[in-house]
Design a protein around this ligand. Structure first.
Ligand code: NAP
Length: 255
């Protein structure tokens, strides 16, 4: 039986989009639980000194790695560097994401491609590369950060909603293949969380008030409130959880 606390000691986690927001909180919570974290961002190494303070006194360590996840060659180069360093990734958190707000009729192709590249393609490419190594070892955890817009169409974010819907389906598809081989693939579907990603929404007072009025918990979520369920899914406590897309949304989807 696993212990009563979440213990990720001896595990290495790769967390994408770890420079800020939900990804930074996930990286901190995983390190708090003992994991050594490789945090990926486009220019995350430039913030290394600031981030080091965030990880002081945690059980695990933090190493920032720059990679533009919209660039497939850059992903391949990062994976090669991880291999060359001999790092074994036990936990993959596909968190990096971007959003482009526009009406469908004027949503540009460039914005569509950018959203798909980071929010969906990179999730598949990293899961395939690191998941296949987990399969060889017969153990590993992949946690994708989906969205309540994996279940709903959203407003003025057609590319984002399409990509997040696909992330939920990819989660289930990978779980169907890999659950029998010791690899857990699950997703968290955050509701509305206070980060840079939602700053435009929060600055629009009318829209923000109407969103809060619709959230049973009557408030925006905090980044740590997404991070702890990720830590649970990354731990042996969640060994029998496969293909779940868990809403962490203050009750938004229950309404
Ligand atoms: P955020 O504050 O905007 O941070 C986004 C993170 O993704 C940053 O660390 C950023 O790195 C990274 N990133 C973006 N493009 C990248 C690229 N091309 N290559 C590498 N890294 C890239 O976002 P957030 O609100 O924390 O969202 C995190 C995840 O949760 C996303 O998948 C988002 O869709 C999802 N989500 C958020 C909410 C919410 O309410 N906030 C709700 C549902 C789902 P840089 O700093 O280097 O750019």
């Amino acid at each position: 039986m696993p212990g009563l606390s979440i213990d990720l000691g001896g595990q290495t986690a790769l967390v994408t989009g770890a420079s800020r927001g939900i990804g930074l909180a996930i990286a901190r919570v995983l390190a708090l639980c003992g994991a050594d974290v490789i945090g990926v961002g486009t220019t995350i190494s430039q913030n290394a000194e600031t981030l080091a303070v965030d990880f002081e006194d945690l059980r695990g360590s933090f190493r920032p790695v720059d990679c533009d996840l919209s660039d497939r060659d850059a992903i391949a180069a990062m994976l090669a560097e991880i291999d060359a360093n001999g790092a074994v990734i036990n936990i993959l958190v596909n968190n990096a994401g971007i959003i482009r707000r526009d009406e469908a009729a004027s949503h540009s192709t460039d914005d569509w491609d950018a959203v798909m590249a980071v929010n969906l393609d990179a999730v598949f490419l990293l899961s395939r590369a690191l998941g296949s190594k987990m399969l060889e070892r017969g153990h590993g955890k992949i946690i994708n950060i989906a969205s309540v817009l994996s279940f709903q169409g959203g407003v003025l974010v057609p590319g984002y909603a399409a990509a997040k819907g696909a992330v939920a389906q990819l989660t289930r598809a990978l779980a169907n293949e890999w659950a029998g081989h010791g690899v857990n693939v699950n997703a968290i579907a955050p509701g509305y969380v206070a980060t840079d990603n939602t700053s435009a929404l929060r600055q629009d007072v009318t829209r923000s008030e109407s969103l809060i009025a619709r959230i049973p918990a009557s408030r925006w979520g905090k980044t740590e409130e997404i991070a702890w369920p990720v830590a649970f899914l990354a731990s042996d406590l969640a060994e029998f959880v496969h293909g779940a897309v868990l809403p962490v949304d203050g009750g938004w989807l229950a309404r």
